[in-house]
Design a protein around this ligand. Structure first.
Ligand code: F6R
Length: 608
């Protein structure tokens, strides 16, 4: 995820900015850059790759002393990692860095091009720089106001104006920006870690506020140019606490990162509510020739593949198979030249997935990777690449990587269906609107986290050794992932069963007090799932039921129940998954487990 740091003060800006960027490295990045303002104007230096490369380039600058600058680490969304796409983006008059996504950037680009601006990058951010240049006539406030009236999306912006080399401006919406107040100067930063060694005093910038920082002064205005009084806060965090952004664990932080991660993954691929993978380098009608799809992955990523199969087969009736990567290679799979193989991996380094990818390539099969880690082996070696923009996942248990895999698979399935003429443009647009609504629903579920915590406590998971998840269709597939999440961090043994399958053997394990988590979000098969629930209730099971709003279920089954917002059937995994991530998290907490670093597990599995 991108990072911002900006400084103006008595000290030379460049080492402070580079140090700030280094402190933001934990967020992950693929390129970095900075702009420094001095009496001869603004100089900008950018580099793809590690900070060391940026440092070497900065070292080649002339020797002018510069005390004011903005800097950025970029995690690619619009446009690949490259020098040109790195921030800052600039014109003769302005330079800026940006976190977030400008959703209407194509319209803005047209506007700028019609006003004779040329573009040097593929980014959404460059349109903001051009727009600001267009509106800037010497008054930063009115120019910034005009720009934000035009842009849609999320942003934290730090801005330099060439004719104002001793001040920096900042503004934000849906993306954080803080103001650091120091002895030697003042800062803007996307997160507190960037400024931790320099100052403990900071102000949170709110939406619709414009901040101007100078060496000795910080002024915050409303958009109407009224000066605002703001509370100065004192930070008492260690570096690790700051990285967790006040959450007790990385896992909980990452569960809460999901709405942003989902938007970051979705929005760069939308154009007027239609899906567009051209930025990712997929040719027009890419999916048209394929007659069969394979998903190959491990663990949680494989569970995403299961859901991908369900969606592709429902939307376009293209046969799809899912394989554990470790099995795929050794089962002598039947592969044809008109197959498409999709490899899903958070780390991009999982040995089995990588080996399966190499096998597919050796047979001349077209390969597409869905990966979170930039420049990983799988990302580099696949023929085509779709990045999830979850940002770095630090907790061992995968949460936001999984949900961003789901959102990519959802739009991939829609796009495939449209190319195969199984869905119309209007149907896709409607589905995309519902998808956007489910991100809002996820925010609502996160706000109800205490409900899940109470259920965990009431069910007494502290003393539970075995548990079953049951569901049908997509609910069963969600159950598989829910069960894995619970096992890996709380060490409760659990199994997920297709609800109708339990009675074919496993029901023998159900006894008085057994806990069965039943997922029933599909109205059409509710009655069937309820029958299966009753089979286990009759044998003494306690039920934790997850249903959707508006479903009629008898009271006796509702003692432990979480009601999801009503949504389309195919979108329910986005919502129910979040409940089970919280369920696993609170179960692990109850049992005193090391949530972020469960025993026997590694974040990246590079052995077969
Ligand atoms: C579980 C988990 C693992 C990974 C699996 C594949 O929470 O994270 O099951 O999903 O090891 O890893 P990647 O996605 O890096 O290929």
């Amino acid at each position: 995820m991108c990072g911002i740091v900006a400084y103006v003060g008595k000290e030379m800006a460049e080492p402070i900015l580079i140090d700030g960027l280094a402190r933001l490295e934990y967020r992950g990045y693929d390129s970095a850059g900075l702009s420094l303002a001095g009496k001869n104007g603004i100089v900008t230096v950018k580099s793809q790759g590690r900070l060391q490369q940026l440092k070497e380039r900065v070292g080649q600058l002339d020797s002018e002393d510069r005390f004011c600058g903005i800097a950025h680490t970029r995690w690619a969304s619009h446009g690949k990692p490259s020098d040109a796409n790195a921030h800052p983006h600039y014109t003769e008059k302005v330079s800026l860095v940006h976190n977030g996504i400008i959703e209407n950037y194509l319209d803005l680009k047209n506007f700028a091009q019609n006003n004779n601006y040329d573009f040097l990058s593929e980014t959404d951010t460059e349109t903001v720089a051009k727009l600001l240049d267009y509106f800037y006539q010497g008054n930063p406030f009115s120019a910034i106001k005009k720009v934000i009236e035009k842009i849609e999306g999320s942003y934290a912006l730090a801005i330099l104006f060439a004719d104002r080399p001793k001040e920096i401006y900042g503004i934000r919406k849906d993306s954080p920006l803080i103001i650091g107040l120091g002895q030697t100067g003042n800062w803007l930063a996307s997160d507190l870690t960037a400024i931790l060694p320099y100052t403990k005093q900071y102000i949170l910038l709110e939406e619709n506020e414009i901040v101007q920082i100078q060496e000795n002064e910080v002024k915050i205005y409303s958009l109407e140019r009224e000066m605002k009084e703001k509370k100065v806060q004192q930070m008492n965090w260690s570096l690790e606490e700051a990285q967790k952004n006040h959450f007790p664990h990385f896992m909980l932080k990452e569960i809460f990162d999901q709405p942003t991660a989902l938007k970051n993954t979705l929005f760069p691929r939308l154009r007027k509510n239609q899906i567009d993978f051209r930025q990712d380098g997929l040719p027009e009608n890419f999916f048209l020739p394929f007659k069969k799809i394979f998903f190959v992955a491990c663990g949680t990523a494989m569970h995403a593949g299961n859901i991908g199969k369900f969606l592709i087969e429902s939307f376009s009736r293209i046969p799809t198979e899912v394989d554990f990567a470790s099995e795929f290679r050794y089962r002598n799979p039947i592969l044809k030249q008109d197959d498409l193989m999709i490899f899903i991996s958070q780390s991009g380094e999982t040995a089995d997935t990588l080996a399966a990818l190499r096998l597919a390539k050796s047979k001349g099969i077209c390969t597409l990777a869905i990966v979170n880690a930039v420049n990983s082996s799988i990302a580099r070696e696949a023929d085509y690449l779709l990045m999830t923009h979850a940002g770095p996942e630090i907790a061992v248990a995968s949460t936001k990587a999984f949900s961003t895999q789901l959102i990519l698979l959802f739009i991939l399935a829609l796009h495939l269906a449209q190319q195969k003429q199984a869905m119309t443009k209007d149907e896709v647009s409607l589905a995309v609107s519902s998808l956007k609504n489910s991100i809002v629903d996820i925010e609502g579920i996160l706000n109800r986290k205490e409900e899940v915590q109470q259920i965990v406590q009431k069910l007494d998971l502290l003393h539970t050794e075995h548990l079953f998840f049951i569901g049908r269709g997509l609910d069963y597939l969600v159950g598989l992932e829910a069960s894995l999440k619970l096992k890996e961090i709380s060490y409760i043994h659990s199994e997920a069963y297709a609800a109708g399958e339990l009675k074919h053997g496993t029901i023998a394990l159900i006894e008085e007090g057994s806990i069965v988590v039943a997922i029933a979000t599909d109205e059409n098969i509710l009655a069937k799932t309820i029958s299966n629930i009753k089979e286990v209730v009759a044998r003494g099971a306690k039920i934790f039921l997850v249903i959707a709003e508006g479903m009629e279920v008898e009271d006796s089954l509702l003692e432990y129940c979480f009601v999801l917002p009503k949504t389309e059937k195919t979108l329910s995994p986005f919502l129910s998954t979040v409940v089970f991530q919280l369920f696993a998290y609170y179960a692990a907490m109850e049992r005193g487990c090391d949530v972020d670093k469960p025993k026997n597990l590694a974040k990246s599995v590079t052995i077969e």
